[in-house]
Design a protein around this ligand. Structure first.
Ligand code: FPP
Length: 265
């Protein structure tokens, strides 16, 4: 038993969340990689330096997640709302996938990682679209971890797109009278991950913010949430293990009753 209670320096009891390699890891981990700008500002650097460092950390965390046996790592890289940022920052963020895939695709292939990108790709600049398509094509035969970038992704837009697709199908007479959860999920951008993996088991947000910011609203209905004060560029492989360790302590009930705890949550 590696999870145990420990006294911290204030002599207060706190839970030490140690990763336990004998317990299952979260199959699908989603991350809101927040705090790049503050990481840079703290060092008197331009915000884009934080994004660059954040990009380098994607590789480190991806490799470690793969080593731990995580099946899907979904990373919120650019939201449909991020277009509101200054043009220079948006341009830099749009160039990141180009730089990242240019340098890291061979390593990702070596790690048997498959790249997937979900989001409104058609609105990305041509060079970003090309980098994304190439990376997906070059890694499509890989059978290990799926590195799933949410790029120009927004959950409300995704849900509305699904509703409109379903309405169009209904108009053409192609749908049964009722739409159930499975049918609805099959119209979301996560459908390509397969039915068993489309909902994250664990959602991590870095930087101390505790909100969801329009990320996977439907899919996280029963995800376990983990918030950390660390800025994304400072989030280490040990922090990832701590998040998974915390997940391993959770009693997931999906609204039912399990173990000795009662309640509906
Ligand atoms: C939020 O931090 C972060 C982003 C909007 C961008 C995240 C992107 C990466 C980490 C790189 C992704 C890599 C690839 C390959 C696409 P923020 O800028 O809002 O930070 P702040 O809240 O401190 O200002």
């Amino acid at each position: 038993m590696l999870n145990f209670l420990k006294k911290n320096s204030d002599n207060q009891e706190k839970t030490e969340r140690c990763f336990d390699s004998s317990k299952p890891v979260a199959d699908h981990i989603a991350v809101i990689m927040d705090g790049n700008g503050r990481w840079a500002q703290k060092r008197m650097l331009p915000r884009i330096a934080g994004h660059k460092e954040g990009m380098n950390n994607v590789k480190v965390i991806t490799k470690h997640a793969s080593k731990l046996g995580v099946k899907v790592l979904t990373l919120y890289a650019f939201s449909t709302e991020n277009w509101k940022r200054p043009t220079d920052e948006v341009n830099f963020l749009m160039k990141l996938p180009v730089d990242f895939f240019d340098v890291f695709v061979p390593e990702l292939i070596e790690e048997n990682v498959r790249v997937n990108v979900m989001g409104y790709k058609e609105f990305l600049p041509a060079h970003t679209q090309k980098a994304v398509e190439n990376a997906m094509e070059q890694t499509k035969e890989n059978t290990g971890l799926i590195l799933n970038f949410a790029l120009n992704y927004g959950s409300r837009a995704e849900i509305l797109t699904a509703v409109n697709d379903i309405v169009a199908l209904a108009k053409s007479g192609d749908l049964p009278d009722e739409v159930d959860e499975k049918t609805f999920s099959s119209h979301l951008m996560t459908a390509s991950l397969g039915e068993a993996l489309q909902d994250p088991d664990l959602l991590i947000r870095t930087s101390g913010e505790e909100r969801i910011s329009n990320f996977l609203l439907w899919q996280i209905a029963y995800s376990e949430l983990f918030f950390t004060d660390k800025y994304w560029p400072d989030f280490t492989t040990t922090d990832l293990e701590e998040a998974i360790g915390s997940y391993q302590l959770r009693n997931r009930r999906f609204g039912g009753l399990k173990d000795t705890t009662e309640g509906d949550a």
